[in-house]
Design a protein around this ligand. Structure first.
Ligand code: GCU
Length: 342
């Protein structure tokens, strides 16, 4: 608790410096429609990342920072703060909204709490596979939905990959029925809570950084995440059963505060947008590699990997259908368009 508060204070302090740095660089103008001219002063942008230094998303952020530095001859610096140094995702998103933190890469799950229309993109069993998801995100649907973030004070820049999420538990499980009544940690997202309830377990929302000790102390019986996160957090050491149910794919937008973006000149905005798209490509490549090395590490580490029979897999698909009513009723047309993407 104390640690969290300390970290929060540190984040706020940095946030204030961040805002001042940008305002002080002379780019600040109130009229969002007319971006400021680039007057040659240095700009420092703070970028929050909750994954560790060697994680694909963090590496891609650093590659973006290098790119932007090069393209602006050192005028724009993006400082990447990894490992949740600037706070957990929920508080980072809040700070992005008021311009305290400039940029971040966040999971769509907590972000959808701030922009409910994005929930549709993380519905369980929505995509046939990763390739299908990328066609959707890179196409009109993904780009249009990313643009709707503007209403929430956030500008969506690009999509990062985060693979498919699977359940993992301290005690062995083999089927959906085995999850019944287990306390499963979820992200701070109403849809993820409903998803866990739908498969018969009890959702316990908490920040990512708290999961390891919650598993260790038995506050929760399990959690769910993709291979690289299960591995990098070392959750696989305390929750040794990983069940390949692939309940959903939760893509991860790179975002920038609208307040920050509006203070940049049109040319600088273009540099940021292009560098973000390039970083997205870097991340996807790094992600594909990391999924494999993480899987190997986890298997070598002694986890039991449970593959599901088609019949068992179908039970999961059926169980989560009520979520399509709750979260999809008003966007049935979008769901249909997504399903129709070939
Ligand atoms: C993934 C994602 C993180 C997120 C985490 C979580 O690891 O990359 O951004 O915080 O899931 O489950 O909270």
């Amino acid at each position: 608790m104390l640690f969290t508060r300390k970290r929060m204070l540190a984040a706020l302090a940095i946030a204030m410096v961040s805002t001042l740095a940008l305002a002080g660089c002379g780019g600040a103008k109130k009229d969002a429609a007319k971006p400021a001219a680039n007057d040659g002063k240095k700009i420092v942008l703070r970028y929050a990342e909750n994954q560790p230094k060697d994680y694909p998303t963090t590496k891609a952020a650093r590659s973006m920072a290098d790119d932007v530095k090069k393209k602006t001859n050192g005028r724009i610096t993006i400082e990447v703060y990894d490992s949740a140094q600037l706070g957990d995702e929920k508080s980072v998103i809040e700070q992005i909204q008021f311009g305290g933190i400039d940029m971040s890469r966040v999971s769509l799950s907590p972000l959808s709490e701030f922009a409910k229309q994005l929930n549709v993109l993380q519905l369980p069993y929505l995509y046939r596979d990763g390739a299908h998801m990328w066609k959707v995100l890179d196409g009109k649907i993904g780009q249009d939905l990313l643009a709707t973030l503007d209403k929430s004070g956030i500008v969506g820049l690009t999509w990062f990959d985060a693979g498919a999420r699977n359940f993992y538990t301290k005690n062995p499980v083999k089927t959906m029925a085995d999850l019944k009544g287990l306390k499963i940690r979820v992200q701070e997202s109403s849809m993820m809570m409903d998803m866990v309830k739908a498969v018969g377990a009890n959702p316990t929302p908490m920040a990512y950084g708290e999961v390891y000790s919650a598993l260790q102390t038995g506050v929760i019986d399990g959690a769910e995440n993709n291979w690289p996160s299960y591995e990098s957090t070392r959750h696989f050491e305390v929750a040794k059963t990983y069940m390949l149910d692939e309940h959903n794919r939760v893509p991860e937008p790179m975002i920038i505060s609208k307040k920050t973006m509006d203070k940049l000149s049109a040319d600088d905005q273009k540099v940021i947008r292009e560098a973000a798209i390039a970083a997205g490509k870097v991340e996807r490549q790094l992600w594909a590699e990391r999924e494999k090395t993480s899987e190997k590490k986890v298997r070598d580490g002694g986890s039991t990997i449970v593959a599901l029979s088609p019949a068992e897999h179908d039970k999961f698909v059926k169980a989560v259908q009520p979520l399509y009513e709750k979260y999809g009723a008003s966007v049935k047309d979008i769901i249909k368009q997504i399903q129709d993407v070939k």
